[in-house]
Design a protein around this ligand. Sequence first.
Ligand code: NDP
Length: 332
Amino acid sequence: MPDTFDALVLNKIDDTVTSSVETLGLVDLPEGDVVITVEYSTLNYKDGLILKGLGGLVRNYPHVPGVDCSGVVASSENPDFKLGDRVVLNGWRFGESCWGGYAQKARVKSSQLIKLPNNISTRHAMAIGTAGYTAMLAIMALEDQGLTPDANGEVLITGAAGGVGSISIAILAQLGYQVVALTGRSGSSNYLKALGASNVINRKELEQPVKGPLTAERWVAAIDNVGGIILANLLASMRYHSSVASVGLAASAKLETTVIPFIIRGVNLLGIDSVMCPNERRVIAWDRLSSDLPQEKLEETITVVNLAEISKYADEILAGKIQGRIVVDVNA
Ligand code: NDP
């Protein structure tokens, strides 16, 4: 195995974070019992924050970012992971509290690794990435509350053209749900319908303050990626005993609501945490992704960039301007 490799390295000088592609050695990598030859990583909302030095997510510099990666095992001290095994890693503060996936090599803890199902390539693993795996966790949480495809009604996905939104739509449509996409992007209707949305509605519909704590019952379930007034209005329009999976806060972390949707309509608000999710549930999520997500739809969602290009997309993802998924080919 060559002992040098390329990585995107962040440095912080006087509160300003800079990035450059540098050549590092295996000796520079953090401790761990498995070395991965990384093939792909992705750009997530959290990566945008890290690349810009926002949110206090990274404390130590120099730092190699990238909150997820896929690749093959290059060396292993754990007999469960053999040379050449195809693996995926995300969460566990990878790319935050330790060096991450924007590098051609990563040394990691095998307890955090998942072996990829046979029919998911390393490229598609990162087209899915943290966003897609979180979408699956959200769907599993809704199913735990009794949601099934024969639910007679529509499932709403907010922040629909983003990473979590896009893949949620593709999975739910494949499973036979009637999916409605909420988006602020005027030109994304064809994209969202190609993924499987039966209807696309404008974000503005849910951005207006509503009179009173409840409105007409509409959604049988929802996955919310944006928070703020959209989540508050969504709670007011859920059907009796339905659930909202709360994933993200792309619009706002604030939630001004009342207890009425919970008391009068028995609405459940389910928090989705992909970072510390136990491995047993991750394995189930990846198995479900291999069976329930049409792999060919992934190609429609991805833009592929290299290590040197990734930083220029940080502002765009933070401004909600990225459609689908940005996949980083670390060898390009
Ligand atoms: P993306 O940036 O890809 O998508 C977010 C989408 O939200 C945008 O595409 C846009 O959708 C919408 N949006 C952005 N800004 C606003 C705004 N001001 N008001 C209303 N809508 C807005 O992010 P991801 O899909 O990767 O992640 C979505 C959220 O989930 C993020 O907050 C992320 O941090 C969080 N997340 C949480 C995880 C967890 O474990 N709980 C794991 C992964 C992500 P559109 O253009 O269609 O309107």
